[in-house]
Design a protein around this ligand. Structure first.
Ligand code: SF4
Ligand code: SF4
Ligand code: SF4
Length: 238
C-alpha cells in the first residue's frame, strides 16, 4: 500500500514538472511568434477628426439634436458605435465609430432608432458620408507581395537566391481583404487586374465606414495600410 502511495506521489510530481516545462516552452515559443507577428489589436495612431455614425446631421446640428440616449448603440449589432466620455468636453455622451475596434457595416439600424433624427436612415449606402479613406501601398500586403515578386524575379535573373525576409513577406500576401469587406465593393474599392489582389480606392465613392480599416489592421497585425480619413471636425458647418 505504502509503495502504491509513493508511486502516486512520484507520478503527480512528474506530471507537475512536465506541465511546467511544457508551459515554459509554450511561453517562449509564443514570445518568439509574437515578436515576428505583433498582436492583432496592437494600438496605432488614429487620424484626427470625428467619425459619426451614418446619417448624422452636420456637426453643430448633430450636437444640438442628440439627447445622449444611447439608443443608436443598442441598435448597432456589430458593436461599431462607441460613446465619448467626460474627458472629451462637449462631445461627452455622443456617439462615434472607431474602426480600430469595429467598422460600420452600414446596416442602417441606428438611424431608425434615433428618437430625434440626429441620425437619419438612408435609402442607399452610397448616400452616406461619414468620411473618406487613404491607402498606404508601402504597408499593404498585396503591394508588398507584388514588390517582393518583382525583386525575386530580378534576383533570379541575376542568378541569386531570394532572401529569407522576402520569402516571409511573400507568404503573407497577396491579400485583397479590404475589397471583400467593403460594403461598396467595386465602387469604393476595386482590385487591380492580375494575381496580387492589390486594392485601388475611389475616394469619390468611399463613405468612410471603416470596414476596410477594421479588416486590414487584423490581417497586417499592426498599423493598417488602409484607414479612414475623418473629414468631419467640430466646426463642420451645416
Ligand atoms: S440615438 Fe440619436 S439622440 Fe440617442 S445618442 Fe444616438 S444619435 Fe444621440
Ligand atoms: S486589407 Fe490591407 S493589406 Fe490587405 S489588400 Fe487591403 S489594404 Fe492591402
Ligand atoms: S473603402 Fe473602406 S471606408 Fe470606404 S466604403 Fe469601402 S470599406 Fe468603407
Amino acid at each position: 500500500m505504502a509503495s502504491t502511495r509513493r508511486e502516486v506521489i512520484r507520478s503527480l510530481i512528474g506530471s507537475t514538472i512536465l506541465a511546467s516545462v511544457i508551459g515554459l516552452v509554450h511561453l517562449l515559443l509564443r514570445g518568439r511568434v509574437l515578436d515576428k507577428y505583433p498582436a492583432v489589436r496592437r494600438p496605432y495612431k488614429k487620424t484626427p477628426g470625428l467619425l459619426r455614425p451614418p446619417g448624422a446631421l452636420s456637426e453643430p446640428d448633430f450636437l444640438a439634436a442628440c439627447i445622449r440616449c444611447y439608443r443608436c448603440q443598442d441598435a448597432c449589432e456589430p458593436g461599431a458605435i462607441q460613446f465619448y466620455t467626460e474627458s472629451n468636453g462637449k462631445l461627452f455622451h455622443t456617439p462615434y465609430v472607431d474602426p480600430s475596434q469595429a467598422g460600420c457595416t452600414l446596416c442602417n439600424k441606428c438611424g431608425p432608432a434615433c428618437p430625434t433624427d440626429a441620425l437619419l436612415a438612408f435609402d442607399d449606402k452610397a448616400d452616406v458620408d461619414m468620411g473618406s479613406v487613404e491607402l498606404r501601398e508601402d504597408l499593404c500586403l498585396s503591394y508588398k507581395a507584388k514588390d517582393v515578386r518583382g525583386k525575386q524575379e530580378l534576383l533570379m535573373q541575376l542568378g541569386k537566391e531570394p532572401t529569407e525576409v522576402d520569402a516571409v513577406d511573400e507568404r503573407r500576401g497577396p491579400c485583397g481583404e479590404c475589397y471583400m469587406f467593403c460594403p461598396l465593393r467595386n465602387r469604393a474599392i476595386k482590385l487591380e487586374p492580375g494575381a496580387f489582389l492589390a486594392p485601388i480606392v475611389f475616394t469619390d465613392h468611399c463613405v468612410g465606414c471603416g470596414m476596410c480599416e477594421e479588416i486590414c489592421r487584423t490581417v497586417v497585425r499592426g498599423e493598417p495600410a488602409i484607414r479612414v480619413v475623418r473629414t468631419r471636425t467640430m466646426e463642420t458647418a451645416a
